[in-house]
Design a protein around this ligand. Structure first.
Ligand code: AMP
Length: 328
């Protein structure tokens, strides 16, 4: 029997090569075997200080990239989180069964809240909204990067807690993590993840970067003072990150990659990585440009997607309210 799959990306910026390798390219394969829902988590974007025009344009761009990378509205549901009010409603109900202690322990929250003048309640609530997203649709599988592991664990705990207190209501979701490429790092600071939410994108390859910009970013990627091409993330994070990108995009395992680069220099590694990144992104960029010039198609796809799942979300909310003693 097909499993229910749910996952999302938030439009706080433009999708990166990290999102492609760690997420969207795998989602494309998984949509063949599962009942899949691919969400653009626009409500989650409001947890960072984002200008409305920028949010709107990023929201189009993330959906355009989903479609360009091969997520297919005939095989899966694609929509915007804010189209279905049940997400926000279930978030409140989840808030009320989450302890301050467990929410305060979330490392993503602690990192994002550090050194900020204003930390929104929304940022604190981020994991409970994510739990609501997942639990609304009886999700079995949640393909995510390592960075989301702790949030998924919270979603599982909330599902179990609710079921124990009020009776069977939620499916307890399972995270699906990739081995190679689960985390792609910033080219300028290879101990930090490549992220679309950065202010400075010099170390992030965006899926829509021009060929010249991709060449420049990889050429300037930080390596180390040795010359040996060896996979050793602890001691050689920059070189190992380039090797991971190369391995995933060429579908080679790390042993083969090490052998291929034996005796070669860092210039050769950067050249090969540049070629495979450009080759991979060329067809994606062509489709991306098409959808960005036809945003009416994006809107239609998202409306159709939301209509397919709206009733399921509303029914789950009714059930949860009834179990909790609310009259509706
Ligand atoms: P986000 O960029 O936080 O909206 O996440 C969207 C998806 O991409 C999630 O499944 C993340 O775990 C994944 N992801 C984000 N950044 C990276 C990265 N640098 N390497 C691998 N996966 C990533």
């Amino acid at each position: 029997m097909k499993k229910n799959l749910f996952t999302a990306a938030k439009p706080t910026g433009r999708l990166t090569l990290g999102n492609y390798i760690g997420a969207v390219d795998n989602w494309k394969k998984m949509q063949e075997e599962n009942n899949s829902i691919f969400c653009v988590a626009d409500l989650h974007s409001l947890t960072v200080n984002i200008d409305p025009q920028e949010l709107r344009s990023n929201s189009y761009a993330v959906m355009a990239n989903y479609l360009a990378c091969g997520l297919d509205p005939k095989k899966a549901v694609l929509y915007y989180q804010s189209q279905i009010p049940a997400h926000s409603e279930l978030c409140w109900l989840m808030d009320c069964i989450t302890s301050m202690g467990e929410a305060s322990r979330m490392t993503a929250y602690k990192e994002k809240a550090a050194n900020k003048n204003m930390v929104s309640v929304g940022l604190f609530n981020y994991p409970m909204l994510m739990a609501a997203d997942i639990l609304l649709y009886d999700t079995d599988l949640v393909p995510i990067g390592e960075d989301q592991r702790q949030h998924l664990e919270l979603a599982r705990n909330l599902a179990i807690r609710f079921n124990n207190k009020y009776g069977e209501t939620f499916v307890v979701p399972q995270g699906v993590y990739q081995k190679v490429g689960a985390k792609i790092y910033n080219l300028q600071n290879p101990t930090k993840k490549m992220s679309k939410s950065d202010f400075d994108n010099s170390g992030n390859i965006l899926l829509e970067d021009s060929i010249d910009l991709i060449k420049q970013k990889i050429k300037r990627a930080v390596t180390d003072s040795e010359s040996e091409i060896r996979f050793d993330p602890q001691n050689k994070p920059g070189v190992s990150n380039l090797m991971s990108i190369y391995a995933v995009l060429t579908k080679k395992d790390m042993k083969e990659v090490e052998k291929f680069f034996e005796g070669k220099n860092y210039g050769a590694l950067k050249g090969e990585v540049t070629d495979i990144v450009i080759e991979t992104l060329a067809p994606v960029q062509e489709k991306f440009n098409y959808f960005m010039s036809n945003t009416d198609e994006i809107i239609k796809i998202a409306q159709d997607g939301a209509e397919k799942i709206r009733e399921k979300a509303e029914n789950k909310i009714k059930l949860v309210k009834q179990k909790m003693g609310l009259i509706f």
